[in-house]
Design a protein around this ligand. Structure first.
Ligand code: KMH
Ligand code: ZN
Length: 275
């Protein structure tokens, strides 16, 4: 089976130090967490950034500072900035991280609108937004990671592929268990996996206690794995992870037990068709 690409979603926009004091906010904290995750086996860092007080931001200067810090510590790692940002941000804010220097090889592209986490929160991604983000990425040769929180988002991807906005080979990230999206069950993950075109690659993440069961299934099925504080702050029931690296180490252990080797950034670039 193909080597396993581990993505570390080290920071996110929703989780705070009140949830887990080890969630990184400052440029230095973000750099350290990325480096530790990389050393533990992550080849991709999915990046959101924060102000020092924890406020999520898509500000280009702040992103650049964090990317420079990560590059200084682990030059080879693939940096995958978020264009999803946080609920309520404008499209203009959200797209900023694709303008970092050097240009990112990949960025997230969220494939639909959904209730997000309950309450009044809506994560808005209209078809026009998706098309405009896709065009901007295509024109720069940035490969989108297609964020699908539900099956309908795969259908939107296929629709936009037919219209020429999404190119093959496609790389999906399935996020399961977010309130408002698809549930984190084995049946649902199989349904997603069987719904994507042959020749696509996919990564799986899931929130909270669902993270490791879903990621383990992905390792078995030949998909890739995403872990990190953005999705889950616990190493095991009631035990807060001290660092994202502990979550990465756990996937490495699971994957090795299941006979699957871990991809380096070099391997990941080949698997994902990056230059
Ligand atoms: N923070 C969520 C609202 C992405 O990175 O593209 C959106 C998100 C997806 O995290
Ligand atoms: Zn994200």
């Amino acid at each position: 089976m193909e080597k396993l690409i581990i993505t570390a979603a080290i920071c996110g926009a929703e989780v705070t130090k009140e949830h887990n004091p080890n969630v990184p906010y400052t440029v230095r904290e973000i750099g350290i967490e990325a480096e530790k995750a990389f050393l533990a086996g992550a080849s991709v860092i999915h990046l959101h950034v924060r102000e020092d007080d924890g406020t999520p931001t898509q500000d280009l200067k702040r992103f650049q500072a964090c990317v420079d810090e990560i590059r200084k510590r682990c030059p080879d790692v693939i940096i995958l900035p978020s264009t999803g940002g946080a609920i309520g941000m404008s499209n203009e804010e959200r797209i900023q991280p694709i303008y970092i220097n050097p240009q990112p090889e990949m960025a997230t592209l969220d494939m639909g609108t959904m209730n997000f986490g309950g309450g009044n929160d809506i994560f808005v991604n209209t078809e026009n937004t998706i098309i405009s983000f896709a065009k901007e990425m295509n024109s720069r040769g940035i490969k989108p990671e297609l964020e699908c929180f539900d099956k309908g988002m795969i259908d939107m991807t296929l629709r936009l592929h037919k219209k020429g906005y999404i190119k093959e080979p496609m790389h999906f990230n399935f996020m399961l268990g977010v309130v408002g999206g698809i549930a984190a069950t084995e049946r649902d993950l199989h349904y997603l996996v069987y719904s994507i075109p042959q020749g696509s690659t996919y990564c799986v993440g899931a929130v909270g206690k669902h993270e490791f069961p879903m990621v383990t299934l992905s390792v078995k099925l030949g998909g890739h794995a995403r872990v990190g504080f953005e999705d889950n702050i616990y190493l095991s029931k009631g035990v807060l992870a001290k660092s994202n690296s502990e979550l990465v180490e756990k996937v490495v252990r699971i994957s090795k037990e299941l006979g699957r080797e871990i991809a380096s950034p070099y391997d990941a670039r080949i698997i994902l068709g990056l230059k």
